[in-house]
Structures are given as C-alpha cells and as structure tokens.
Design a protein around this ligand. Structure first.
Ligand code: MLT
Length: 277
C-alpha cells in the first residue's frame, strides 16, 4: 500500500507555511517558486539534488497549502520575504542558499534587503531585477480584474503559453503538468499580482550583493529573456551566468538535467557553511 507523503507545516508568527523537506544531509537550499505556482514546481530538484543537499521548498503564502494571512490588496513582496525569514527561523536555520525563480527571485531581493545575513549564496533563475513598467502594471491590474470576475482558469491558460519555451508547447504532458501547478487559490493570484506590481526596482542593490551568485536563464525565456539575465549577472560582483539552450521560463522543469548541471558545480564549490557539520 502507498501512503501519501505528509507535508510538514511551519507555523511561524502570522504564517502557516506548508513545505517539502528532502531531508538531505548537506547544507540547506531554500527554493522559492514563481507565479502562479507552488513549491511543487521543485519536485525534480527534491528528487535530483535532495539527498546531497537539504532541499526545502515552501509554498509561499496564498499558494499550495499555505493560507494567505490578510487581504490580497495589502500584500507586498516584503510580506513574502518576512514569511521566508519566519520559515528559516522556525527550522532553526540562520542562513541558507536561496534559489528564486522569477517571482521567487523578487522575494530573494526583498529578503536580501531585509536580512542579508540569512542568504549564504544566491541562485537567480529566470528572473529580473527591474520593477514593473507602467504598461506591465496596467496588465497586472487587468489580470486582477479578470480573476475577480471569472477566476483563474483562462489566465492560467494564457500564462502557460508564455511561461514555457515555444517548442515545449507541443509537449501536452508538460503543458498539463504546468496547468495543474497553476491551479492555485484566486486570493494567491490577487496578492502576488499586487505585490509584483508594487515591487521596487532592485537594480541599485545588485552591486551590493556580496554572496556567491549564479544566474540561470532559459535561452528561450520570453518573460525574462537572456539579455536581462546577462545584465543582472554583470552587475553582481563575481556572479556567473548559465544559459540553458531550449529551455523557457521554467528552466528547472523544462530541462532538469541541464538545470542540475548548472547548479551542481556552483553548490559543490560553496561547500558547507561555517558551523555546518
Ligand atoms: C513568474 O514566473 O513568477 C512570473 O512570470 C513573474 C512575473 O510575472 O513578473
């Protein structure tokens, strides 16, 4: 008989965060998911990296099993960062390697502003440092109206066409998998859209990042394309860049092998953080 895996819950302050913990013996890696997904998007990393490292993948508030405390309209990127800090402290971790994909990268930038000492190294995947343009903000507002009026299904169907590389759209199994990951509560969508449209520009912070950083981007990412990733890597002292051929915005799912090949040497070089046995 197979038993469903019970997901642990971190009750920390105003947050109740559901998460996956690979239980690996190595240093902790906290994977922050993109929009509108959940920690489930990191299943291949739990599988492929989770015995060498302790892969932790929380559902950010409003996604997966984690409720959203408060009103979506009041939600900001700093609230997600506060949730990640509460999560680390619940687990007794002073710091971790933070891997953020797209919106997860925006959360990582907030975390670096709030509590830089919690980030021992950084992996920025298919993300950008810039704030939204006026046009992007208006687009988010239209998406919020749509979600309030008619739910998330039509929006998810449109998003999937941009989130995957054009060539991957022929892969029905992958499209269905991503659509099922995008089945998230409407209030999670609303809060994240609010937080994203109000997020500050993080480009002035890039030159101040002092931890080892790897920037990863899918060569066919149309949402946060390679030139943005290259500029971001050039602005962060000592950062490296990995461009994954054929992958789109969900590089970790679209080419698991290439993604792990990019992360593994970077993580190996970091070794164990001070104080870690
Ligand atoms: C994401 O994948 O998190 C989104 O594409 C981020 C965004 O819409 O800016």
């Amino acid at each position: 008989m197979r038993y469903a895996r019970i997901m642990p819950i971190a009750k920390a302050g105003r947050f109740e965060l559901h998460y996956r913990d690979s239980g690996g013996s190595g240093p902790p890696l906290v994977f922050l998911h993109g929009f509108p997904l959940s920690g489930s998007m990191w299943a291949p990393q739990i599988e492929g990296l989770g015995s060498r490292w302790r892969v932790l993948a929380p559902d950010l508030p409003g996604f997966g099993g984690s409720p959203l405390p408060g009103e979506p309209s009041a939600w900001r990127m700093d609230d997600y960062a506060e949730a990640v800090r509460a999560f680390l402290s619940h687990l007794g971790l002073e710091r971790a390697v933070v891997v953020g994909l797209s919106m997860g990268g925006y959360v990582a930038f907030s975390l670096l502003r709030q509590a830089p000492s919690t980030v021992s190294a950084l992996v920025l995947v298919d993300t950008r440092a810039e704030a939204d343009s006026e046009e992007a903000r208006r687009g988010r507002e239209a998406q919020q109206e749509e979600v309030r009026a008619s739910g998330t299904d039509a929006l998810a169907r449109r998003l999937v066409e941009r989130i995957l590389a054009p060539s991957r759209l022929e892969d029905e199994e992958m499209v269905e998998e991503v659509l099922s990951l995008m089945k998230q509560p409407a209030e999670g969508y609303l809060a994240a859209l609010e937080a994203m449209k109000r997020r500050p520009d993080s480009t002035p912070d890039l030159g101040r990042i002092q931890v080892p950083t790897l920037v990863v981007v899918g060569e066919e990412d149309v949402l946060t394309p390679p030139p943005l990733a290259r500029a971001m890597a050039e602005a962060i002292p000592g950062a490296r860049l990995a461009v994954l051929p054929g992958a789109g915005h969900l590089a970790n799912l679209e080419d698991v092998g290439a993604f792990h090949d990019a992360l593994t040497p970077f993580l190996e070089e970091l070794g164990a953080p001070p104080g870690f046995r």
